[in-house]
Design a protein around this ligand. Structure first.
Ligand code: GDD
Ligand code: MN
Length: 352
């Protein structure tokens, strides 16, 4: 299988020669090409790449009008002639010697092979603990928000290989900030493997991704949630929840008013009826396409979610009160927390 290694570059003149040299050594025996997609770097990376092309199977794409990491990678996909695509950074944070391992994983049946920092054996060198925490937190959020990628430990890695067919007929959004995540959500694949590697130090030059990284990431996650229909589910889940409020209040009123039942007993029954109401609508509407577990299990799990939500709501309320927050605001935060917990619980477990 021919391998196309796609390397987006912006001001990587100092790193490119070593990258190309080590890559060529690593890929000896393979039919391969190296596509350097450069955004007209002021340091003349593209010119140097053209020079390297005299000696190595390098192809240079110099973009003058467009900019951006993701769109550069997408352009590389369009120009690539191989059956296996590899994406990697130019700054040698991704070891070229690992590329054959990624390619072999594809050859032995994987559709996507990820160079992963967060599976056993993987590592990030020289990051402060809080940088790791932010990275892991961001990934965790993405995995919770996008159930399709929940088993992937490093869905934002910039180092990965894939079979050409994964992208056939797939429209990738160039605004998409993390291109691998975009592919994992929109691509056509069955088997994903993660191969540990050590995310090393940048050889020369500086990182271009900083500043608005987190905001951009959140926006990307949101866009993908929308694309996946998860935002629709969230809205449906909220509407169902709202209907439950009316069911709850209505029955409570009816039990007390017409049946003369005790107000505490009435509340318990009304709450249970509201839970059943919510379950029914969520099962028939919000999560209709995800009814895989037996009904009894879904019902039980939905009750567990309700209970967990109630506990979270109560704990948040107490803690915030204790911290001095206004009781109405504290309650509101508790309600929101409960909502999130119930949605996530139900999405991943009840209808997971
Ligand atoms: N063509 C082009 N256009 N290339 C770019 C651009 C751009 O606008 N911005 C960055 N690049 C190139 C760089 O030259 C480098 O080869 C590669 O993209 C990665 O850029 P870095 O600036 O080194 O990114 P990083 O090290 O902060 O982030 C890397 O690790 C992240 C995981 O922590 C990237 O691989 C990210 O994709 C990855 O999520
Ligand atoms: Mn880098």
């Amino acid at each position: 299988m021919k391998v196309s290694v796609i390397v987006p570059t912006y001001n990587e003149r100092e790193n490119l020669p070593e990258l190309v040299k080590r890559l060529s050594k690593a890929l000896k025996g393979y039919d391969y090409e190296i596509l350097v997609v450069d955004d007209d770097s002021p340091d003349g990376t593209w010119r140097l790449a053209q020079k390297l092309a005299e000696e190595y199977p390098v192809r240079v794409i110099r973009r003058v009008k467009e900019k951006g990491l993701s769109s550069a990678v997408i352009r590389g996909f369009k120009e690539a002639s191989g059956e296996v695509f590899v994406v990697m950074d130019a700054d040698l944070q991704h070891p070229p010697e690992k590329v054959p391992e990624l390619v072999k994983a594809i050859e032995s049946g994987a559709d996507i092979a990820i160079g992963s920092r967060y599976v056993k054996g993987g590592e990030v060198r020289n990051w402060y603990w809080y940088r790791k925490l932010i990275s892991k937190g961001a990934i965790m959020l993405g995995r919770v928000a996008l159930p399709k990628i929940r088993n992937v430990k490093d869905p934002v890695s910039g180092f990965f290989a894939l079979r050409r067919e994964v992208l056939e007929g797939v429209e990738l959004n160039p605004v998409g900030f993390k291109i691998l995540m975009e592919i994992l959500v929109k691509g056509r694949y069955k088997k994903v493997v993660e191969i540990p590697f050590t995310f090393g130090l940048r050889k020369a030059g500086e990182s271009k991704l900083g500043g608005k990284t987190i905001i951009n990431y959140l926006r990307h996650v949101y866009r993908l949630m929308k694309w996946e229909g998860e935002i629709d589910r969230l809205i449906k889940f909220s509407l169902v929840g709202l209907s439950g409020v009316f069911v709850n209040e209505g029955f409570l009123w009816a039990f007390v008013r017409f049946l003369g039942l005790d107000k505490i007993v009435s509340n318990i029954i009304a709450t249970e009826l509201a839970i059943l109401n919510n379950f029914l609508w969520n099962d028939l509407w919000t999560f209709r396409d995800l009814r895989e577990k037996p009904l009894s299990q879904r019902l039980l799990s939905f009750h567990m979610a309700a209970l967990t939500g109630a506990i979270v709501q109560w704990v948040v309320y107490i803690v915030l009160l204790y911290l001095g927050m206004h009781y109405l605001l504290a309650n509101l935060v508790g309600i929101v927390a409960s909502f999130v917990v119930r949605f996530v619980f139900n999405r991943h477990i009840t209808w997971g």
